[in-house]
Design a protein around this ligand. Structure first.
Ligand SMILES: Nc1ncnc2c1ncn2[C@@H]1O[C@H](COP(=O)(O)OP(=O)(O)O)[C@@H](O)[C@H]1O
Ligand SMILES: [Mg+2]
Length: 245
């Protein structure tokens, strides 16, 4: 079973990259083979959060300088990674043909993994929508910030409109003040989707705001390595379990 999960939000700065990395780690800790893909080309920063200097990048794959499988690097924590390169141009500017070729190669590589996680860029441009449609499930990250709610809804609306296959929409609330307030964010979004899109996104979980997230990123160490017992770590663990069911 190879499942491709896209992580999107519309809004930037809600924690997509951190969540994608930490989810990859949480799944790896549960014995799954995971490939993490930096789909935020222009502002790629998975490698920065991880403190890595990748040899191969998605850039090289796009330029035909490298086969996709050769650009994959293994993180010592037990997951594989396809890094982007910051400043190398926006995915939005990518020709549809080039993106289609890249996704085709990614689909082939995916068969070697249990799960593939695509960290999408902010915004709702064509490439973001294309990559969301490519995935088996779209994990929409939202925070309690009202602009995050509207952007998350806009992403789900575009996704629902352009859907080529059955929708698998899930909501993850991040940086929640409390588990209860996070649940309310999901309810608000789910209600809007029900009323206007005719679909009810699943609740994948709530991640509390936790200072140790910032600390781990600042030290370029994985949260589940640096603070395995903290609140956000246990919240991510629960989400990983939910995704595996
Ligand atoms: N659960 C959390 N608790 C506290 N801070 C968080 C949490 N999730 C994310 N952050 C903060 O949000 C910042 C932006 O995260 P990032 O993953 O770069 O967002 P995005 O990829 O959506 O732009 C991080 O540097 C981190 O400081
Ligand atoms: Mg990001």
């Amino acid at each position: 079973m190879s499942r491709i999960f896209a992580v999107g939000s519309g809004k930037g700065g809600v924690g997509k990259t951190w969540f994608s990395i930490t989810l990859a780690h949480a799944l790896a800790l549960r014995g799954r083979r995971v490939l993490l893909f930096d789909g935020d080309f222009g502002l790629a920063n998975i490698d920065i959060q991880l403190g890595l200097l990748p040899r191969g990048t998605i850039d090289a794959v796009l330029a035909d300088r490298m086969a996709l499988r050769d650009a994959v690097i293994e993180h010592p924590a037990g997951f594989a990674l396809l890094a982007g390169r910051s400043g190398s141009g926006n995915l939005a500017d990518l020709e549809p043909v080039a993106l289609a070729r890249l996704l085709h190669a990614l689909r082939e590589a995916a068969s070697g993994y249990d799960a593939v996680i695509l960290d999408l860029s902010a915004g709702l441009d064509r490439s973001v929508r294309r990559m969301a449609a490519f995935a088996d499930a779209l994990l929409v990250l939202a925070t309690e910030d009202p602009t995050s709610l509207t952007d998350a809804y806009a992403l789900m609306k575009l996704h629902a409109k352009g859907a080529e296959h059955a929708l698998d929409l899930r909501i993850v609330v991040n940086q929640a003040a409390t588990a209860a307030s996070g649940k309310r964010v999901h309810q608000t979004l789910a209600r809007a989707c029900q009323a206007f899109l005719g679909t009810t996104p699943r609740a994948s979980g709530v991640i509390r705001r936790d200072e140790r997230v910032r600390d781990a990123i600042r030290h370029q160490v994985l949260l589940l390595t640096r603070h395995p017992g903290c609140g956000a770590a246990s919240d991510i663990g629960a989400i990983a379990e939910e995704l595996l069911t």
